[in-house]
Design a protein around this ligand. Structure first.
Ligand SMILES: *[C@@H]1O[C@H](CO)[C@@H](O)[C@H](O)[C@H]1NC(C)=O
Length: 630
């Protein structure tokens, strides 16, 4: 029990404490000659850099995967402590045997170790990873080792995180060369004459062939590349050379070189474009709605006065039906409850991100904050679910509370578990470790579910909203409506707008998720999210109005579907992204991609569906409380 409480307290508090280390707030000072640790992270597939390059895999491998045969520390690799989010996003950080001392051994060629026998089978494994553009990810003083690159669009130099495991370009297309030598350039800054701070880590990997067990040399230009033979045992020598370069970059801005936004104009153009369209649309839609609705209302109310032209039409006809309990109110309210929980999570996470708490220097903080927010907002989910449920006329409150608390976590957990299974069989390190799984289960069922139950309790206590008009005893006949108002067609049609406002940003989010590029354009993301929110709400209200005008009163589920319509487009776009940007060879990668895509679409469906439903619900209540009914 105590362990459990400590674990939970640790999970909740760790990011909170961590968050106060704003980027640039806690520099580490080194003395002359002090050991500078080099940590190694999992190997990740990388986009090869050119614009038309495709990502070839989605699987991470542990650095110390025995098949790579990288040099290990004397007393074995030790795992470094990491945050929950960092583990979830695939970080597996270990120590390494590199011997680096602050400003010592400048330009000295050193041998890390000689691996005596790499078997042919292992050589094939390594060569395959080189062909798939795998990259090594090192960390020195929290900074990722990067390659210096030039953005061809504006000739800016920037640091691209990670560097190649080997070379598969040009002549090496069929015979990949393994990089067994690393030119490490460490940039340091001296705030005072006695203290040193690491402000940049660059690595130029190189391949040095020739006899591997002879005396080491670091002469890159004078040697043949090292090509591993796939049918015999062979030794591999790993060498490195550290160059210390003094830099003017102060510690506080050392991340600036890494956080290079490729062509920020794309973000701006898309944002301005979509917001212009969206603002225009919203204004137009609300004007149409407002004018015709207020005209309708004054006519309805006037015709009530003069008895002779007493004739109802349009949405007023269904006033006795709109608040009729929809089919499956339980499921609808559970979906809406979970949707509000997710919405609040996204909102708060974006605020955190905008305040700069989630910069990539706090590894994994984004996912950690999301998980913690999600767990805590279980209360909001339970509350909304319960209130919506009683508003819809549901009776079985316990079942509602139970399902709200459990159904989405269980579903997500099953998907993650299945994906994990695939990762494990592929020998990837990306699988979520057992301990982390247990922590997540504790978060879900130990924090989120009880909070959700408490929320449900208060929600039921507050009860449902009172309907502004009474429901008739006998349901009306529904006349056949126009085709475009059929639920699925309406959903797909209405999803175009919110999706259209967001798809450029979606491209960057997908790239950062799958090509392990850090994402930091949170300002753009927040604005895009706001636009999506407004569009979804407006479009749902508009379609609900059309539906009611067509004397179709079953709007509850339809408004949810219409709001969630963008999820269909996300799936379609995900498939397009797969076709255009990915070239996945292994079945595991394909399953992973589809699994993640499904998860993203599911979450989007819940969030935007909830927005659509709540907006329509609000509008319907406003609409029918404005007319007089005798
Ligand atoms: C290390 O060597 C490089 C030249 O190779 C030089 O520019 C740099 O100042 C040297 N660093 C130190 C700390 O001596």
């Amino acid at each position: 029990m105590r362990l459990y409480v400590t674990a939970i307290a640790g999970i909740v508090l760790a990011p909170a404490i961590h968050a106060f280390y704003l980027p640039g707030a806690a520099p580490r000072n080194y003395a002359d000659g002090e050991q500078v640790d080099l940590f190694v992270n999992a190997l990740t597939p990388m986009l090869a850099g050119t614009d038309d390059s495709k990502l070839k895999s989605l699987i991470n491998y542990d650095y110390y995967n025995p098949k790579f045969h990288f040099c290990e520390p004397k007393d074995g690799p030790k795992k470094q402590p990491e945050s929950l989010g960092s583990i979830l996003f695939g970080d597996r950080i270990f120590n390494s045997p590199y011997d680096i001392k602050m400003v010592k051994d400048n330009n000295t060629c050193k041998t890390l170790c000689v691996v005596p026998d790499v078997t042919g089978e292992e050589a094939k494994f390594i060569n395959d990873r080189i062909r798939e553009d795998y990259a090594l990810n090192w960390l020195i003083d929290g900074l990722p080792a990067a390659e210096m690159k030039v953005d061809l669009r504006n000739n800016d130099t920037f640091y691209d995180m990670g560097f190649n495991l080997g070379n598969n370009k040009g002549a090496h297309q069929n015979l990949p060369a393994l990089n067994n030598h690393y030119e490490i350039v460490l940039k340091y800054h001296k705030p005072t004459p006695e203290t040193y701070r690491v402000v940049g880590v660059l690595v130029w990997p190189a391949s040095i062939g020739g006899p591997q067990d002879s005396d080491p040399h670091c002469d890159v230009s004078a040697s043949q590349p090292l090509i591993l033979s796939e049918d015999k045992r062979q030794p591999v020598r790993y060498t490195y050379r550290v160059t210390w370069n003094e830099s003017d970059t102060p510690w506080a801005t050392r991340w600036d070189n890494y956080l290079h936004i490729f062509d920020p104009r794309i973000h701006w153009f898309s944002l301005i474009n979509s917001s212009a369209i969206v603002v225009f649309l919203c204004v137009m839609v609300s004007m149409i709605l407002f004018r015709s609705v207020s005209k309708d209302i004054s006519r309805y109310n006037a015709s009530d006065l003069s008895e002779d032209i007493h004739e109802d039409w349009g949405w007023k006809l269904v006033h006795g039906e709109v608040f009729r309990t929809p089919r499956n109110p339980l499921i609808l309210s559970v979906l809406v409850g979970n949707g509000t929980q997710l919405c609040s999570m996204v909102g708060v996470t974006l605020v955190f991100a905008l305040l700069g708490f989630l910069s990539p220097s706090n590894r994994g903080s984004l996912a950690t904050v999301m998980m913690v927010c999600w767990s805590l907002f279980g209360a909001i989910g339970g509350y909304f679910s319960a209130r919506i449920y009683s508003s819809l006329g549901g009776q079985n409150r316990r079942k509602n509370a139970f399902l709200t608390a459990t159904i989405l976590p269980t579903l997500v957990f099953i998907i993650v578990f299945l994906l994990n299974f695939f990762l494990l069989t592929a020998g990837s390190s990306g699988a979520v470790p057992f301990g982390t799984m247990v922590i997540i289960i504790l978060l879900w069922f130990g924090i989120s579910a009880p909070l959700s139950a408490i929320g449900s309790y208060y929600g039921s206590k507050h009860g449902g909203l009172r309907n502004p008009v009474r429901v008739h005893q006998i349901p009306r006949q529904i006349p056949p409506g126009p085709k475009y108002l059929k639920p699925w067609i309406a959903a797909i049609l209405s999803g175009i707008l919110p999706f259209g406002a967001a798809f450029v940003e979606l491209y960057f989010v997908l790239s950062s998720l799958f090509a392990s590029r850090a994402y930091y354009a949170f300002g753009f993301l927040a604005l895009t999210a706001t636009i999506v929110l407004i569009t979804t709400a407006t479009v749902s209200i508009l379609f609900t109005y059309f539906i009611l005008c067509a004397e179709e009163y079953r709007w509850h589920w339809r408004s949810f579907l219409i709001g969630g319509g963008s999820a269909f487009w996300i799936v379609a776009y995900g498939l397009f992204y797969w076709a255009s940007r990915l070239k996945l060879d292994s079945k595991t990668s394909v399953v992973l991609y589809l699994g993640y895509l499904f998860l993203i679409a599911l979450l989007d469906f819940l969030i935007t569906g909830t927005v659509g439903f709540l907006a329509s619900y609000w509008a319907v209540r406003r609409l029918y409380s404005a007319i007089r009914i005798d």
